[in-house]
Design a protein around this ligand. Structure first.
Ligand SMILES: [Ca+2]
Length: 446
């Protein structure tokens, strides 16, 4: 199992000579999945930001793999989370858009969906989540503890006041387990320090049990509040507020998250767990430009199907499995993490489960379909299909746009008129995919 994974890492890395060979009976790795919210491709120093300093996240990249062609499945929050949890396209799960705090309070990711937390729990992992769920507001019906997480502390909506823990429609939104409970503190710190405490407790009680820890940060999603600001939302009211220094606040939110991630990594070190812990850092969609985020060289932002909407940072760090300071281009999508984690854990897959993500081990065996990997995105009436280097962007009211991302990462040069056959083929492939995805699926989101 581990030998296979190392092959993948080798294939995915520019430099593979520094990868260690673990013993065949090596213990299964712990998995710490850290996801920022609305953090853009250009918002980390290790992805080119000269404005935001992220030394702790950069250190993970330096000792691991920094992916440059990784994509969230959605251009907004809920679809990406549905895909991450299920290993399936969001369209297949019914969560195509945002599960909004206003209109979707009674729905959620269907419980019939099998989540990665359930699969890892069944495989003997301890499972815990801190932070943003956004896959259903009725916590006793759709909450994390109904989907495989043994421990949960956090919020169920798309965003909360970082101090008052109130969502944008004026509902209180901070839970410990299933219980609504106010806890003092800055949300970003509560998530990181909650993880630190949980790791300590876990080691005390279950020293040898591997764990899956999911840290779903709110940062840097609005409301724009740095660690030294104050809460402003009130129960029953919709209050929107922008700071005077939007960019500075945005930076403070990310740098605070980075500092806390440093504390999580330090705790793994202190408990002698870091060597065999796979740490992933990523984002759920591209930046919201009006709040100061950057897509770096990419076109578009959150809510678009241009690259800036869904190409986001992804870092894998795992000292006993990966070493290097390597970066890699190669199309990978959020839903791939489910089969990859499951395979690393030696987990049995439920019979009959259809996954859309690929185990990164399959990449090494050449199991990706001929002609390059294919992936699809939808946001509202905007659709995109990627095949190898080519990307087709479609909207019902405009002509299709075709880009070669290898030559034109910024999607500036529409080649549709030069390649009508390619446009037609990709359009047909996308429509066939869409039909398969939506057949018999009840949509539960906006
Ligand atoms: Ca988001």
């Amino acid at each position: 199992m581990f030998r296979c994974l190392l092959l993948v890492v080798c294939l995915l890395s520019v430099a593979c000579s520094s990868i260690a060979e673990p013993a065949p009976d090596a213990p299964r790795p712990n998995i710490v999945l850290i996801m920022a919210d609305d953090l853009g491709y250009g918002d980390l120093s290790c992805y080119g930001s000269d404005f935001i300093n992220t030394p702790h996240i950069d250190a993970l990249a330096k000792g691991g793999i920094r992916f440059t062609d990784y994509h969230s499945n959605g251009a907004v929050c809920s679809p990406t989370r549905a895909a991450l949890m299920t290993g399936r396209y969001p369209q297949r799960t019914g969560v195509e858009g945002v599960i909004t705090a206003k209109s979707h309070r009674g729905v959620g990711l269907p419980l019939e969906e099998v989540t990665i937390a359930e699969v890892l729990k069944d495989a003997g992992y301890a499972t815990a989540m801190f932070g943003k769920w956004h896959l259903g507001y009725d916590i006793k019906k759709f909450g994390p503890q109904r989907q495989g997480f043994e421990t949960f502390e956090g919020f169920v909506s798309g965003n909360v006041d970082y101090f008052n823990k109130i969502d944008q429609e004026g509902h209180k939104d901070w839970y410990i387990g299933d219980e609504l409970k106010h806890v003092d503190g800055y949300v970003t710190d509560l998530i990181n320090d909650g993880a630190v405490d949980w790791i300590g407790e876990h080691v005390k009680e279950n020293k040898d049990k591997p764990f899956f820890l999911y840290l779903a940060h709110g940062a840097p999603h609005y409301p724009m509040q740095g660690p030294n600001d104050n809460g402003f939302r009130e129960v029953g009211k919709k209050i929107r507020e922008m700071p005077k220094d939007v960019k500075g606040t945005y930076r403070a939110m990310i740098e605070s998250m980075d500092e806390g991630i440093g504390r999580v990594v330090a705790e793994l070190d202190r408990q002698a767990l870091r060597e065999n812990t796979l740490i992933i850092f990523t984002s759920d969609n591209g930046q919201a430009s009006r709040y100061g985020g950057s897509a770096g060289p990419l076109r578009g932002q959150k809510g678009t199907v241009y690259e800036g909407g869904h190409r986001v940072p992804m870092i894998m760090h795992w000292p006993s499995g990966i070493s290097g300071d390597t970066s890699r281009a190669g199309l990978i999508v959020g839903m791939d993490l489910f089969p990859t984690f499951a395979s690393m854990a030696g987990a049995d897959m439920p019979k009959g489960l259809t996954l859309d993500g690929v185990d990164l081990q399959a990449v090494s065996r050449g199991d990706i379909p001929g002609g390059g990997r294919v992936a699809h995105w939808i946001h509202g009436s905007n659709h995109a299909i990627r095949r190898g280097d080519w990307k087709l962007v479609m909207n019902a009211s405009t002509k299709p746009e075709l880009y070669n991302l290898n030559e034109d990462l910024g999607e500036k040069n529409n080649l549709a008129d030069q390649h009508p056959e390619r446009v037609q083929q990709m359009d047909e492939a996308h429509n066939a995919w869409l039909k398969e995805m939506r057949e018999g699926v009840e949509r539960v989101s906006g």
